[in-house]
Design a protein around this ligand. Structure first.
Ligand code: ZN
Length: 346
């Protein structure tokens, strides 16, 4: 029997986090017990922390938090075949059924019966967690365990800059939270031309520059159009990656997107955006596309390759690490804009 601490969202109200102590007895036959090495705070966790409209529609506290982690397998259930004790693992948070029409089309990430790891387990802001075998991914031996917690969110960014190839293209990244920062780094790694990144936080803009952005700007101080050097003002952006959830940022960006360019949404805006279809979709032939999580498992393989090539650079996004017991400070820091990704260590 193992005594494990776990961070909970306690009540349907802003903040309201607490630490609970629980006893883990044994794992079910298709489950795996994992000792957490590190876990990181995701944008979804922050929506739940702040208890915005989307979170209050989607969740029912009390519930454990966290789904990005790296850890070591302590025990595997009797029916587990692909994971062994001692393996270093992380989780794919989307569990497809494998049988529905979407799955058969090779679109398991939009499975009609999709289950979410973030709504079923012990969470991973914890000493230990229990995860179904199907949700686990083994972290290859040449990727350090410290980098494992980046794999799931990095996958969202890698997919966003892969859906529309960015090589040789001018790319605008709206928002420099962790997904935007990873998108800047991935776009640079995949051979983008000019990269501009926007955010309201000077701290995050500095990180974006060190990850490969050529031009950074705070849209509350300067318009995107006025920050464009002459050549870029003429060429405009081929690809816009939207991670901010801000309609204003989107409306500004669409005017700076070239005819025939593409806008990829990797954010979850809490309200619908409006768009002038005649002006942008028809007359300018701008493409709009959303990405929901990672392609299974193509994106994971791309993430592994990128981490092998650029792990230390990407790790700059993990700007702060705190002990698990300091979870209140960690969540406040992560929602302040004065951090990249905040990591918790049990
Ligand atoms: Zn399915």
């Amino acid at each position: 029997m193992i005594e494990a601490r776990s961070i909970f969202k306690e009540q349907a109200a802003p903040h309201s986090l607490g630490m609970r102590s629980r006893q883990l007895i044994s794992v079910a036959e298709s489950e795996v017990l994992i000792k957490i090495h590190s876990s990181s705070i995701c944008g979804t966790d922050l929506h739940i922390y702040k208890w915005n409209e989307w979170a209050s529609r989607s969740y029912r506290p009390p519930m454990p938090l966290g789904h990005e982690f790296g850890g070591t397998v302590i025990e595997a259930g009797s029916a587990v075949r692909t994971i062994r004790k001692g393996d270093i693992v992380t989780a794919e948070t989307h569990l497809p059924c494998g049988h529905c029409r979407q799955c058969r089309l090779g679109r398991g990430h939009t499975c009609d019966n999709l289950k979410l790891f973030s709504r079923m387990g012990l969470g991973c802001f914890a000493d230990y967690t229990v995860v179904p075998e199907a949700a686990l991914r083994i972290v290859p031996a040449d990727i350090p365990i410290e980098h494992a917690t980046m794999m799931e969110p990095l996958g969202v960014s890698v997919r966003a800059v892969s859906e529309i190839p960015v090589d040789g293209k001018n790319v605008l990244v709206l928002g420099c939270g962790p997904i935007g920062l990873f998108a800047v780094a991935a776009a640079r790694a995949y051979g983008a031309g000019r990269i501009m990144a926007t955010d309201l936080s000077a701290y995050r803009l500095a990180l974006a520059e060190s990850l490969g952005a050529d031009i950074v700007l705070d849209p509350s101080q300067q318009s995107i159009a006025s920050a464009m050097p002459a050549i870029l003002a003429e060429e405009k952006f081929d690809v816009v990656i939207e991670t901010s959830g801000s309609e204003r940022a989107f409306q500004e960006a669409i005017d700076e997107t070239r005819k025939g360019g593409d806008i990829v949404f990797a954010s979850l805006p809490d309200r619908p955006f409006s768009i002038d279809i005649s002006r942008y979709l028809i007359l300018k032939e701008i493409g709009l596309r959303g990405v929901y999580g990672r392609r299974l498992d193509e994106t994971w393989l791309r993430v592994e390759t990128l981490l092998r090539l650029q792990g230390p650079k990407l790790a700059q996004v993990m700007s702060h690490a705190l002990p698990l017991a300091d979870f209140e400070t960690a969540f406040a820091l992560a929602s302040s804009g004065q951090a990249g990704k905040v990591v918790l260590h049990p």
